[in-house]
Design a protein around this ligand. Structure first.
Ligand code: SIN
Length: 310
């Protein structure tokens, strides 16, 4: 019932982890691989291993989470080696995420992926808000275009981009115009809402250490923004560019809403962090029950069919 065709592969269901959550080590990746998730993605890699920002750098709050991880990861080669081994055992495509500190680093990693035997999907993360001194690439439209221009001179494997949230119709239009110029497989909307601030009311103190407490917001807080971004890109991008909906998915109902807005795959971040990989079983059951109640046999029957008021 939840089978989802994405990039010519039938995934058992549309659910995945969001990159950054439960996907840094082989142990965590293996746990995702044996969970009920339809697919999974690795932590965004940088060319070399990175320790990331100082701790505490992630904090659960009642309506979501705040984080300033700063791209801690075990380095590009660690994830490439894992991916190449993993794909010997399964036909299910693996998602590889890269987040270089510069255009040159992104190009270098993508060239290695292109030259390798990696047969999965690559996500270029243009939206990490947490590296001090490095603004998010996707808020700089010229740099985004320059990056994609360079990437598509050589990259031929399926590639998606992870975007930050946008908040203005003009920005949806401008970004969609840029993205539509390229043979992108998908856009992933949204990364966390960057640079929020959460205060512990007992201590009058911020709750994470990096950047004096500023960090990306996820969870329930972000669902309306995520849905708006999914919808805005679904209605503006050429149909070949699919949407991965990420942001505020806690229940089957949240997943249903992302699909109604036009998402094909769905990623879960904050709530996966809170519940662990068992969440995927709950989400698949909840989504299937909603579909049964509404009389749908397949997701394609309602994907993108959000109604507006005439
Ligand atoms: C981080 O490592 O800071 C989070 C990754 C991201 O937001 O892209």
């Amino acid at each position: 019932m939840l089978t989802t065709n994405f990039l010519d592969f039938d995934f058992e269901n549309p659910f995945m982890n969001a990159s950054g959550v439960h996907c840094m080590t082989i142990k965590e990746l293996d746990e995702l691989s044996t969970s009920a998730a339809g697919a999974y993605i690795m932590k965004s890699a940088t060319p070399e291993k990175r320790a990331g920002n100082s701790e505490p750098r992630y904090y659960d709050v009642p309506l979501g989470s705040i984080n300033s991880m700063g791209l801690p990861n075990l380095g590009f080669e660690y994830y490439l080696e894992y991916a190449l081994k993993q794909q010997e055992n399964t036909k299910r495509p693996l998602f590889f995420s890269v987040a270089g500190m510069s255009v040159a680093e992104n190009i270098a990693m993508l060239k290695e992926i292109e030259a390798s035997d990696f047969a999965g999907v690559t996500e270029l993360n243009l939206s990490c808000p947490n590296v001090p001194g490095k603004p998010q690439v996707a808020y700089d439209f010229e740099l985004t275009e320059e990056t994609l221009n360079q990437v598509f001179t050589f990259f031929t494997k399926p590639l998606g981009v992870k975007l930050p949230p946008y908040f203005d119709m003009a920005h949806f239009d401008q970004m969609a115009e840029i993205l539509n110029k390229y043979p992108l497989a998908y856009v992933n909307s949204i990364n966390s809402i960057g640079n929020g601030l959460y205060i512990d009311t007992t201590s009058d103190q911020v709750v994470i250490k990096p950047k004096e407490g500023f960090g990306g917001i996820g969870g329930q807080y972000v669902k309306p923004t995520a849905l708006a971004n999914v919808r805005a890109f679904y209605t503006r991008l050429k149909p070949e560019i699919k949407i991965i909906g990420t942001g505020g998915i806690l229940t089957g109902q949240d997943a249903y809403e992302h699909l109604l807005c036009g998402a094909t795959m769905l990623q879960v971040g904050t709530q996966l962090q809170k519940e662990g990989p068992a969440i995927f079983e709950r989400l698949t059951k909840e989504l299937a029950s909603i579909m049964t109640l509404k009389g749908y046999q397949t997701i394609d029957e309602f994907r993108g069919k959000l109604k507006v008021i005439d």
